[in-house]
Design a protein around this ligand. Structure first.
Ligand SMILES: Cc1cc2nc3c(=O)[nH]c(=O)nc-3n(C[C@H](O)[C@H](O)[C@H](O)COP(=O)(O)OP(=O)(O)OC[C@H]3O[C@@H](n4cnc5c(N)ncnc54)[C@H](O)[C@@H]3O)c2cc1C
Length: 535
């Protein structure tokens, strides 16, 4: 290594995708370094102490789509990762009283729904089977580059063959349903198939998570298929997992895998610039002035940070920069993490509920309520009654809090990134108050038992975790920003207009969530390019 520093590959950002990419690059024999701006590796997949002895998954909090292949290849279990299935997968206070839960076991969920509508229970059984079948057609695209509509000649024939193979045996009816799920709205789907408010609320609870748009927005039905992709160590469809030690255990296991494979990991090392010359990457410059030479850079930062913040404008075609600037971010979510002196007691919780059942409650509005909530956020306002996904993580993992303390993480949507009046610095505690009040309506003992509270507004998600406009997926997961259009049309295969520069984070296909898929796929693309001598 020279005094300036030289590596075969530099990964900018130590989020779970950056770590995944680094592990695959190191495994292929490349001298690889990860440079993370925060003092803590993991990006939005971390466990942090919020008061002494009380730890929480401060940002992401449930592992549902972490690719089984990544778990196996990186030997994450050997490096300490342990997940237990969420039982139930999720649950809502049912309109009219009681709780309604979705379980990993379909029959058990159907039995719960049957209490509200026999017809809905039958439909749910049928639809769940069909949705799972349809999700299996999309599944392979997760760990592959998206289809390339621009491929011609031999490449075009290969692409066509791949699509034919992936969709072999699909019936005409399945094609139309797949298109309907890709383009339709969740609200219309629910109104068409289900009669009881309770069933609709349950399905709504989990399916427009973190996205822009109310449930009647076109494209929101796709969430139904996304959540049925397989996850967990055993490749279960529709898997939801609690991670022991919090989500940070995933990235700690990934970091351990990286080190074991020989990659170097540096935290507290913000990258100020990705250097390119003559259309090719030549290195990176750190904020402290250090320069590192490399022919290969994989950026885990989101597309706007990467291309508009780290690369000199003259190195990129103007139309590419314009396309990146137009990516819809505008994060609609916030997070409030609470330390409590008592376990929350939610009204309607069955008396014999297990600690696992008492750990998950999503306070979901009705379909119309969700639509109104989104409209309020779109106007730049904060609603009084919010949509809050509560997870009492300490109920399933005692290591997160000492006796007498409980940790509850609360994911909040919809809130605006841009407030119509005031700033998030002024409104932060007001948001925290609204969230606690909303929870208090369902669990009256919570407001009086808050010992500590951490409120992460969209602005905090941007400042602390490096998410442009607080978007938790590095770009909204709407149809026009997915597949061969992610991050922008023409550059959906991890490569960029600069030779040797690849995008490896959630802004690339297949998108956000803790999956490891963009990191895995980008490393593959980069290694292929390196072998061809491009890098
Ligand atoms: C509040 C919240 C709740 C969520 N809940 C869930 C959930 O329950 N389940 C789920 O699956 N997903 C959830 N998500 C989404 C998921 O966490 C993200 O989509 C995913 O973690 C993105 O991973 P990544 O590695 O691509 O990027 P990130 O985790 O964003 O990592 C990118 C890294 O790059 C670093 N970086 C940026 N710029 C630089 C620079 N110039 N120099 C050095 N480093 C840099 C950042 O600091 C960061 O560490 C949630 C996200 C948030 C914010």
């Amino acid at each position: 290594m020279s005094a300036r520093g030289r590596y075969d590959a530099v990964v900018v950002g130590g989020g779970h995708n950056g770590l995944t990419a680094a592990a695959y690059l190191a495994r292929a024999g490349l001298a690889t370094i990860v440079l993370e701006r925060r003092e803590l590796l993991g990006g939005c997949c971390v466990t942090e102490e919020i008061t002494p002895g009380c730890r929480a998954s401060t940002t992401s909090y449930i592992a549902s789509m972490l690719r089984p292949e990544v778990i196996r290849d990186l030997e994450l279990a050997r490096h300490g990762l342990r997940m237990v299935p969420c039982e139930p997968s999720y649950q809502v206070p049912a309109p009219g009283g009681g709780m309604l839960a979705a379980w990993p076991d379909l029959a058990r969920t159907a039995a719960e729904i049957e209490r509200h509508s026999v017809r809905d229970a039958e439909t749910f059984r049928r639809e769940d089977e069909e949705l799972k079948r349809l999700a299996r057609y999309l599944q392979p695209f997760f760990l592959e580059p998206p289809p390339d509509p621009g491929a011609r000649g031999v490449d075009g024939a290969r692409e066509l063959l791949r699509l034919v193979r992936r969709f072999w045996g699909i019936s005409g009816r399945e094609v139309s349903r797949l298109v309907a799920f890709l383009t339709g709205s969740l609200g219309e789907y629910l109104d068409r198939h289900y009669e009881s408010e309770a069933t609709k609320t349950l399905i709504l609870a989990n399916n427009v998570y973190g996205k822009h748009g109310g449930p009647y927005e076109k494209g929101t039905a796709l969430g139904l298929l996304f959540h049925l992709l397989s996850g967990g160590e055993h490749e279960e469809q529709g898997f939801f997992g609690h991670v022991m030690g919090g989500m940070g255990s995933i990235t700690q296991a990934m970091a351990a895998a990286c080190r074991a494979l020989g990659a170097e990991l540096r935290a507290g090392a913000p990258v100020a610039a990705i250097r390119a010359r003559g259309g090719s990457v030549v290195g990176v410059a750190l904020e402290d002035g250090e320069e590192i030479d490399t022919p290969l850079v994989l950026s885990n930062a989101d597309p706007k940070r990467t291309f508009l913040g780290l690369v000199e404008p003259r190195e990129l075609p103007a139309e590419f920069r314009e396309a990146v600037a137009a990516i819809k971010m505008d994060g609609p979510c916030a997070k409030v993490n609470l330390v409590l002196s008592e376990e929350p007691r939610f009204s309607g919780m069955p008396a014999d509920a297990s600690p696992g059942r008492r750990a998950l409650v999503t306070l979901t509005p009705s379909l119309e309520g969700a639509e109104r909530l989104y409209e309020t956020a779109r106007r730049g306002e904060i609603a009084d009654e919010l949509w809050v996904d509560c997870v009492v993580a300490s109920n399933v993992d005692a290591s997160l809090a000492p006796a007498g303390r409980h940790v509850m993480t609360c994911f909040v949507q919809y809130v605006p990134y841009r407030l119509r009046e005031g700033t998030w610095d002024d409104e932060r505690e007001g948001l925290g108050d609204r969230v606690v009040r909303t929870i208090g309506r369902h669990a009256p003992n919570v407001p009086g038992s808050v010992v500590a509270r951490q409120v992460l507004t969209p602005l905090d998600l941007e400042r602390t975790y490096g998410l442009t406009e607080g978007n938790i997926f590095h770009g909204d997961l709407s149809l026009e920003q997915l597949f061969f259009m992610r991050p922008v049309p023409g550059f959906a295969r991890y490569a960029t207009p600069i030779e040797g520069l690849f995008l490896c984070g959630a802004g690339a296909h297949p998108g956000g969530g803790v999956t490891g898929a963009p990191g895995h796929n980008a490393a593959r693309a980069a290694l292929r390019a390196a072998r061809r001598g491009l890098a």
